[in-house]
Ligand binder design. Structure first.
Ligand code: HEM
Length: 502
């Protein structure tokens, strides 16, 4: 029998040493209480929120709840406490505190490598990719890859992003009645990432698009699923749903990527560079080491997976929030129309689309696409005055941090204006792309892409809600709506003609 017992099956959390989490944050004074006080602009419509855990439950019940939505088993107390420590089969600390984040993600990062569970399927399937590597293996790849994601290279990808935005807008123009925005944004983000990753000079993907889409669909539907079993670290023999790392779709994708790499080695692409071309050239500035074909392939596929759904979800939630906040929608539309007229946004416009950027920031605050992070402590430490021992799991729910009562005024309300003054936003309190050395390498890419797409759509269409219940955020590896987001989409000109001008 396995060495665990259901006798431990309670989520018994100690009270923190600072019960209400309302005392002063310890340490450096870079964490002033943000956005509290009398700023009257910080009001807005309420965004959907998750049903978090309000009382103790047995393990079986927790497993049942988490199968549907892992957020259901994150205690609601993380929205107001700095830390909750306890034992759920092993010692666990749930941390929602900027000072602790600074330690975990920056100053003591070597003590907190990603837990195996957090790497999920990528750990075995794409083990030479940046996302799952640690230590020196990670360090040299990150040094080598950073220049490929430098702003000057990301800007070069602008025309392709604009083309995809235009195509999405054409599809929406043809749509009738309510539109499945979740599907449309998945398709759009997919088109960007596949073409950016594998396109040749002709703009077409060197790996057949249906091969990529089948593999990603499979990954997102099944393989990426995380259950409480993963979070609790039950033994590997316990059957998990959808753990199919050697599925034929992934094998086909790897084979396609291998072929694309071999073809490029034979015949280099001399026209617009895609990521595949940039990666073939990267080398470690310290040692001159280059990537071998396996490393290259695992990274290309990692980018497809890491960069696809995250961006699609940000765009879907942003459109949902705007559709249910007419005044904010009008403000964003006015900006888009002022900057673009009705043309497609380009990379040159991105700097002027300030409010559109804030809408995206706020969407990622309320719905961080990767909402929970797990780290495993290697040595003794302390977080928020709680002792951390080797082997302890540190869970950082960005979802709770981003809606924490101590740090955000009207935390559940959609207020893009809270980003008017970025100097007031603490980087360890708001971190949708994470923070420190392992910050998302694609953050610049994702923002540029999302601004181009969202502004293009806002300059042409008005989005509004349809009848039905509001979607709830649901954590299955990423933070998805529990039902597809559907919105009514109307051309802006028609709406203006009807006298409802933006
Ligand atoms: C809105 C979109 C995105 C969000 C919110 C996001 C968020 C994140 C977060 C939170 C991490 C840290 C994960 C961890 O520490 O466990 C991360 C890492 C990463 N992201 Fe993104 N991401 C986005 C888009 C992208 C895009 C477009 C790409 C690639 C083109 C990308 C590639 C990566 C990679 C390779 C890593 C691992 C970096 C490392 O460990 O050094 N992401 N992302």
């Amino acid at each position: 029998m396995p060495p665990y017992t259901l006798a431990h099956s309670v989520l018994a959390m100690d009270e923190p040493s600072d019960p209400g989490g309302t005392g002063p944050a310890t340490g450096a004074p870079h964490t002033p209480p943000r956005q509290r006080g009398g700023d009257k602009r910080l009001v807005g419509p309420r965004a959907p929120s998750a049903d978090m855990l309000k009382e103790r439950k047995g393990l079986l019940e927790l497993v049942r709840l988490s199968r549907d939505n892992v957020l259901n088993v994150i205690p609601a107390a993380t929205l107001s406490r700095r830390i909750l420590s306890g034992r759920v089969l092993r010692r666990v600390h749930l941390v929602a505190d900027p000072e602790a984040n600074r330690k975990v993600f920056k100053s003591n990062i070597d003590n907190y490598p990603k837990s195996p569970e957090t790497k999920g399927i990528l750990r075995k399937a794409l083990r030479h990719g940046l996302f799952v590597l640690d230590g020196d293996d990670w360090r040299w790849q990150r040094r080598a890859l950073n220049p490929a994601f430098a702003p000057r290279n990301i800007r070069k990808l602008g025309p392709l992003m604009s083309r995809v935005a235009e195509e999405s807008s054409e599809r929406l123009a043809d749509a009738d009645g309510s539109v499945n925005i979740s599907d449309e944004m998945m398709r759009t983000a997919f088109d960007v990432i596949v073409r950016v990753t594998f396109a040749g000079g002709d703009g077409q993907s060197a790996v057949p698009v249906d091969v990529v889409s089948r593999a990603i669909e499979h990954y997102l539907d099944k393989t990426g699923r995380v259950s409480l079993l993963d979070y609790l670290g039950l033994p590997g023999w316990v059957p998990r749903p959808g753990r199919l790392r050697t599925h034929p779709t992934l094998k086909a994708l790897k084979a396609g990527a291998d072929k694309a790499i071999a073809d490029r080695r034979k015949t280099p692409n001399t026209r617009d560079a895609a990521l595949i071309d940039l990666l073939m050239d990267v080398e470690d500035p310290e040692t001159g080491r280059k990537m071998n074909d396996e490393e290259l392939r695992d990274n290309l596929i990692t980018f497809l997976i890491a960069g696809h759904e995250t961006t699609a979800l940000t765009l879907s939630w942003a459109l949902y929030l705007l559709a249910h906040a007419p005044a904010k929608h009008s403000k964003a539309t006015e900006e888009a129309v002022r900057v673009l007229g009705s043309r497609t946004a380009t990379v040159e416009d991105v700097g002027q689309l300030e409010y559109v950027r804030k809408v995206l920031y706020e969407a990622m605050r309320l719905f961080p696409p990767i909402p929970v992070h797990l780290r495993t402590a290697q040595r003794e430490d302390s977080l928020c005055e709680h002792a951390v021992k080797p082997g302890d799991t540190v869970i950082v729910p960005f979802y709770s941090l981003h809606r924490h009562k101590k740090h955000w005024k009207s935390p559940n309300c959609f207020v893009p204006e809270r980003f008017d003054n970025m100097a007031r936003i603490d980087r360890y309190t708001y971190m949708p792309f994470s923070v420190g050395p392992r910050i998302c390498i694609g953050a610049e890419f994702a923002m540029q892409e999302s601004i181009i797409i969202l502004a293009t759509l806002l300059a042409r269409f008005r989005f509004s809600g349809v009848e039905g219940r509001a979607p709830k955020p649901k954590l299955i590896l990423t933070l998805r709506p529990d039902e597809d987001i559907r919105l009514k989409v109307e051309p802006l000109a028609a709406e203006a003609a009807a006298g409802e001008g933006a």
